[in-house]
Design a protein around this ligand. Structure first.
Ligand SMILES: NC(=O)c1ccc[n+]([C@@H]2O[C@H](COP(=O)([O-])OP(=O)(O)OC[C@H]3O[C@@H](n4cnc5c(N)ncnc54)[C@H](O)[C@@H]3O)[C@@H](O)[C@H]2O)c1
Length: 319
């Protein structure tokens, strides 16, 4: 039986209820921003759907929020609205204890620069402000590895492995938007005491598109170099979202989320020697690689320490 949403705030670990900004339905979306029609059904899923599934499984009540109309598949409270509209965001967060903020233009490819900034920066500002006004205790903010600026090939990598201490140098509109999202989270924690945890997934994959990994080796190591051949399974990402809702002893923090291995069947040692031979290491290389042939170059030990999170899924187990 579902619990009612609490109107007052309380101990989140004891009485969980969440609000999500999430992708709602598979649909055809005509996206004229860059002159192209985009068929989002081809993406065959998204983080929000898995997040909802895992939150429901964990017994959380959910109120969804997205710009798309409610569909029959949504068996929970839902409000349709635009993140850029503070007034509907206020309605959406009223009476919830925590927010998982997934709503965004999720890459530079999905929108023109001003739309990315308006949605991701103004939208995140609106969510944070509405949370403070409504007395919401905690927000789990879906940021991205892009907040660091280390992916995309805009600048030589500063160090390996890439971890949460990496000095941020965002370049593209999407990267800047995710960086500013994290900065706003820090400011709201410092000023208002709102607990803000940002998740920094790398490219999120799921079983249906693991064939990309099988084919990666044919494309060669050069292909995934600027992304450090990184990926993370959607189920692992959503599990981090659930853990971040209840993690104790943290006020404001950010966590890289990567699989333990790379997307490619070329040993990591060989990839580093070929493509990152001059990049300095901040950990002893052999110790970090740990004898694991395909060890990821993204280090998630911070998520393990604070959230108790470690990736459980690998494409190698499913293909
Ligand atoms: N997919 C990845 O590889 C990846 C990697 C790192 C971080 N992220 C982040 O995770 C989050 C979820 O990503 P996703 O891949 O599920 O993307 P998605 O596009 O599937 O979901 C984003 C949702 O936001 C909604 N949205 C967009 N603009 C809106 C607006 N103005 N008002 C209300 N809703 C709006 C969209 O309708 C969509 O349903 C995003 O913040 C994204 O930046 C994704």
């Amino acid at each position: 039986m579902k619990r009612a949403l609490r109107v007052t705030t309380g101990e989140i670990a004891a009485v969980p209820s969440g609000l999500l900004c999430f992708p709602a339905v598979r649909r055809h979306q005509l996206d004229g921003l860059d002159g192209h029609h985009r068929d989002t059904t081809k993406r065959a899923g998204n983080i929000g759907r898995e997040q909802v599934r895992q939150l429901q499984e964990a017994g959380h009540d959910i109120r969804g929020f997205d710009r798309v109309a409610k569909s029959r598949a949504m068996d929970y409270e839902y409000i349709a609205g635009d993140l850029r509209d503070l007034y509907t965001v206020r309605q959406a967060v009223g009476g919830v204890e925590a927010v998982i903020h997934l709503g965004a233009i999720p890459s530079d490819r999905h929108g023109c620069a001003d739309d990315v900034l308006a949605t991701n920066v103004q939208g995140t500002w609106n969510v944070l402000l509405a949370c403070v006004e409504a007395g919401v205790e905690r927000i789990v903010n879906y940021s991205s590895v892009n907040a660091l600026g280390c992916v995309g090939g805009y600048k030589e990598g500063i160090h390996l492995p890439v971890d949460d201490s990496y000095p941020r140098h965002p370049h593209s509109p999407y990267q800047i938007s995710k960086h500013l999202g994290e900065e706003m989270c820090t400011a709201f924690t410092n000023r208002h005491g709102l607990i803000t945890l940002s998740l920094r997934p790398v490219a999120v994959l799921y079983s249906e598109n693991y064939h990309w990994c099988r084919d990666a080796v044919k494309r060669g190591g050069e292909h995934g170099k600027v992304e450090y051949w990184a990926y993370v399974d959607r189920r692992d990402v959503a599990r981090a979202g659930v853990l971040a809702l209840t993690a104790q002893g943290v006020k404001n923090d950010a966590f890289l989320l990567s699989a333990r291995d790379t997307v490619i069947d070329i040993p990591t040692q060989e990839l580093v020697d070929t493509y990152y031979a001059n990049t300095p290491w901040i950990k002893e290389r052999a110790t970090y690689l740990n004898g694991e042939t395909y060890r990821a170059l993204l280090d998630c030990s911070h998520a393990k320490e604070v959230l108790g999170w470690a990736p459980e899924h690998s494409w190698r187990d499913e293909t």
